[in-house]
Design a protein around this ligand. Structure first.
Ligand code: PEP
Ligand code: MG
Length: 888
């Protein structure tokens, strides 16, 4: 096994082994670009080190070999007293983890070689400043010395000299500082700062390995869902200096604008400086375009290199570079991050430039970006005072009055006020307040904090961890600097950027939604350029995808929107949703009916309502399949609340005017009360114990279809039975349905071609799918209930109770209710697909759980061979896009 690769030996596809930075340095080296020579120690070496606590034995020899070659090439030895080779030792994992791991610069400087560097560079101040930086960085990251001690000493030196910036310290001051820094190291680390260059290098390499497992790195990986066992590579690179005078400098550049995608010169440059100075914001950078007048030769060369990189990577690249006395050096490049809008634009621009094809363009965007483009947003022109910035935890733009406790949130929202719930952090007791609020803002916690997890689950705007905000719940206010925001003051929060504004920022609808709604077409201004790109990418996706996309919709309005958004039918009409609001009592009557008469009269009132609903629905989806699911109400959603009713009856009794009806109702509710309603009398079970219920629904569907047919429509209804666990349940319901359908067909003289299928949403159904397929013409996987029952997680409770802890502990990176659990729930889906098709080769297969609109899950459903996914209307474009990406 080889643990060290020269930059000339690697390439950009070796990111697993060389990390992103190392792989790209190698790629640039091999493209003939000016990269300071060096080598990369592999992630494999890091893994051995982390497992055994020691670097592999071969590593030392391999490093020696590569170092010798590097020294030969550079014509000087590491740490050589009269002319030292200096190197940087930098971390670089497969996935970028900005600032999370360690880096040490200027390795090779010592009491002796600092003098050599001073002579060689002709700049004594520079040499001592470099040495000072080495001891500081090495002390902090390798020897674990508290970095503040160095900072304080540096501040003190500036104060003594009455100057404000480091660059005003002269060589003599820096020499003194070096002495002090060495003392700090000795007293804190109880060892001297190592004078041996190779020892410096080896210790720095181990420190970079160790930095893979710092708490902050672990936390970052969990949040970004980066696996914990990848390890980091280590890049050892000969130093070049941007701080050697006005003909030196350092900068960053993008090959095109990461915000708009437009081609041009984007970046920043800082003369006479090193990389950390840019980050630290010590002096102001100038726009990259200014480099042309500062150093035309380097500028022209940089432009040339940027073109080479774009043509080579066929994508937007970002670049870090340094100019050392007029000589340009490339220190890093990678395919650059971009905004969601730029991702779509760049993908189509690259197609137009002939750099990539349509299939590749689809891989350059994703559903999460599209979803982001569909949220309403704040009108950038009209933003008010920026209060602060937190983590963009759940997208959206929310405006409301500040409230600092859930009770007030609920009270105010009941009286019609829009509120933003502001807490230091939220806990499960805040749930009702979160539901009542327009958005949630916290000053603590990251992307997996309670507030973030719950808000995402509810689709509610959330900004968390906005640390500048001092939230004082007792006094019902927050302070930001010297600004005080009292309860009732209006704030606006942007869950896509994490920005928090004082006052009301107007919200504008997303141009992308306007486009899907058919209200906007391609044109010339800025928004339309984005729309045109989205339009083209969606067309590519639709052309290649195999999965069809349907909507979960229960009424004509949602169905029509879904159709505009590209739905190819309805995959789930939840009929219980047709009985919410004022119709709820009709279902209550039906469930509580004691006698046949009562029941039949309840059914008779329901039938025409249902029929009318279906007529509308079939009309809105004319020519496309509509899957109607028979009633599946968890009983508790349709019965009066047992506690409320008990109190009412008790109060009435104490006043001696208890009403007969309430008493009967209470008795019945008691009888039907369930400890676990989600596992109780619902779905097919209800249809089997309430005579006539499913027959009424089937009749309504059949009669509605017949009516549409007679009106020359093209209804394509599919009848779906929920919560089936065994084929016997399905057979009984199917036989009854067949009878009713035959009656309606005879009575109306129509041939309705209705199909009957089932949901697969219980483990037993999935495990016996081969038998169930005997009685079902289609399966639709109800992955909400399937997840609930496979994991034994109550879908209504767990996300708000212990999922935060599970996410923080890394038990899973994302809620299994959000992204399908491939190994567990997904395995059942896969085997049920195979067993079902084995029984009935033309079995139609779909999914209608929430996962149907989740990008990662869509790829899984494509892979297991479903025919369609069904999701809420707003997620249809995302599902179309991801289905295309899965197939491309
Ligand atoms: C499901 O369980 O996945 C499903 C679609 O049904 P519901 O969410 O209505 O229980
Ligand atoms: Mg279900």
């Amino acid at each position: 096994q080889k643990f060290v690769y020269d930059f000339t030996e690697g390439n950009k596809d070796l990111k697993d082994l060389l990390g992103g930075k190392g792989a790209n340095l190698a790629e640039m080296t091999n493209l003939g670009l000016p990269v300071p020579p060096g080598f990369t120690i592999t992630t494999e070496a890091c893994k051995v080190y982390l497992e055994s606590g020691e670097a592999p034995t071969e590593l030392r020899d391999e490093v020696s070999e590569h170092l010798t070659a590097l020294e030969a090439r550079m014509g000087k030895r590491l740490g050589q007293a009269d002319d030292p080779l200096l190197v940087s030792v930098r971390s670089g994992a497969k996935f970028s983890m900005p600032g999370m791991m360690d880096t040490v610069l200027n390795i090779g400087l010592s009491d002796a070689s600092v003098e050599g560097l001073a002579v060689q560079s002709g700049d004594e101040r520079f040499a001592w400043d470099s040495y000072r930086r080495l001891i500081q960085m090495f002390g902090k990251t390798v020897l674990g010395v508290d970095g503040d001690l160095f900072e304080e000493a540096l501040e003190e030196a500036k104060r003594a000299k009455k100057v404000s910036v480091d660059t005003d310290l002269a060589a003599a001051d820096l020499k003194k500082l070096v002495k002090q820094f060495k003392k700090i190291v000795e007293s804190q680390a109880r060892r001297a700062f190592p004078q041996d260059a190779r020892e410096q290098m080896d210790l720095a390499i181990n420190a970079v390995f160790d930095s893979w497992n710092t708490d902050r790195a672990k936390l970052y990986r969990r949040q970004e869902r980066i696996p914990g066992d990848l390890g980091t590579a280590v890049n050892v690179c000969s130093m070049v200096f941007g701080n050697l005078g006005p003909d030196s400098g350092t900068g960053v550049a993008f090959t095109r604008d990461p915000a708009s995608g437009h081609q041009g010169v984007y970046g920043d440059y800082l003369q006479n400086a090193q990389g950390e100075d840019v980050v630290a914001g010590i002096r102001n950078t100038v726009p990259l375009a200014d480099l042309e007048s500062i150093d035309k030769k380097s500028y022209d060369q940089l432009m040339q290199i940027m073109e080479t990189l774009e043509n080579h990577y066929k994508d937007l690249c970002d670049i870090e570079f340094t100019i050392e006395r007029g000589q340009l050096w490339m220190l890093q490049t990678r395919v650059g991050k971009r905004t969601a809008g730029a991702a779509f634009r760049i993908a189509t621009q690259l197609v137009d430039q002939g750099l990539i094809d349509e299939a590749e363009a689809l891989q350059r965007v994703n559903g999460a970006q599209l979803a982001q483009l569909m949220f309403p947003r704040f009108d950038e022109e009209a933003v008010t005072e920026l209060l602060g910035r937190g983590i963009a935890a759940s997208p959206g733009a929310a405006v409301g009055k500040a409230v600092f406790d859930s009770y007030t949130a609920i009270k105010w929202s009941r009286s019609g006020e829009k509120v933003i719930l502001i807490r230091r952090e939220t806990n499960p007791d805040d749930l009702d307040g979160m539901i009542a609020a327009e958005g949630i803002l916290t000053s603590r916690g990251g992307k997996t904090s309670h507030a973030a997890v719950v808000a995402r689950g509810m689709g509610k705007t959330c900004v968390c961890g906005a640390e500048e905000l001092e939230v004082d719940t007792k006094r019902r206010r927050m302070t930001v600097g010297d600004r005080v925001i009292e309860e009732g003051d209006v704030v606006s929060i942007d869950g896509s950027t994490g920005k928090v504004y004082l006052g009301e920022v107007p919200v504008v609808p997303s141009p992308v939604v306007e486009y899907f709604e058919g209200r906007m077409h391609a044109g010339a201004d800025d928004a339309d350029e984005l729309v045109a790109a989205v339009h083209r990418i969606m067309a590519y996706a639709d052309r290649v995808r195999r999965l069809r996309v349907r909507a979960n919709a229960d009424n004509a309005e949602d169905a029509l929107r879904a159709r505009r958004f590209g739905a190819q039918g309805i995959g789930l009409c939840r009929t219980e949703h047709m009985f919410l609001g004022e119709r709820r009592e009709m279902v209550e009557k039906l469930i509580l009916a004691d006698t046949d008469d009562e029941r039949e009269s309840a059914l008779a009132t329901l039938l025409p309502l249902q029929r009318a609903d279906f007529i509308e629905l079939f009309e809105s989806m004319d020519g496309l399949p509509v899957t109607v699911r028979l009633l599946d109400p968890p009983l508790h959603e349709f019965l009066p609340d047992i506690t409320e009713l008990s109190v009412r009856v008790a109060l009435a009794e104490s006043r001696k005017d208890a009403n007969e009806n309430d008493l009967r109702l209470l008795q019945a509710v008691h009888k039907l009360h369930e400890q676990n309603p989600m596992l109780g009398l619902r779905g097919v079970r209800l249809g089997l114990v309430i005579p006539g219920l499913f027959a009424m629904q089937v009749r309504a569907i059949a009669e509605a279809a017949a009516q549409r047919k007679n009106a020359k429509g093209d209804p394509r209804a599919e009848i779906m039975i929920p919560l089936v666990g065994t084929v016997q349940e399905l057979e009984i319901v199917r036989d009854e349905a067949d009878r009713v359908i035959a009656e309606v067909q005879a009575a109306t003289g129509t041939d309705l071609k209705l199909t009957i299928g089932t949901m697969i949403e219980l483990p037993r159904a999935a495990l016996t799918a081969g038998q169930i397929a005997e009685a079902a013409q289609f399966f639709s996987f109800g992955t909400n209930d399937l997840t609930q029952t496979v994991w034994g997680f109550s879908r209504d409770d767990v996300e708000a109770s212990f999922f935060t802890a599970y996410l923080e502990k890394g038990i899973f990176g994302v809620s299994p209710f959000e992204t399908i659990d491939k190994d567990g729930v997904g395995a059942l889906v896969r085997s049920a697909v195979e067993a079902g098709r084995a029984t009935r080769p033309d079995l139609k297969l779909g999914v209608c759980g929430e996962h149907g609109g989740d990008p990662e899950s869509v790829h899984f459903f494509h892979e297991v061979g479903l025919d369609y996914v069904s999701c809420s209307p707003f997620r249809i474009p995302v599902a179309r896009l991801e289905a295309g990406r899965a197939a491309a």
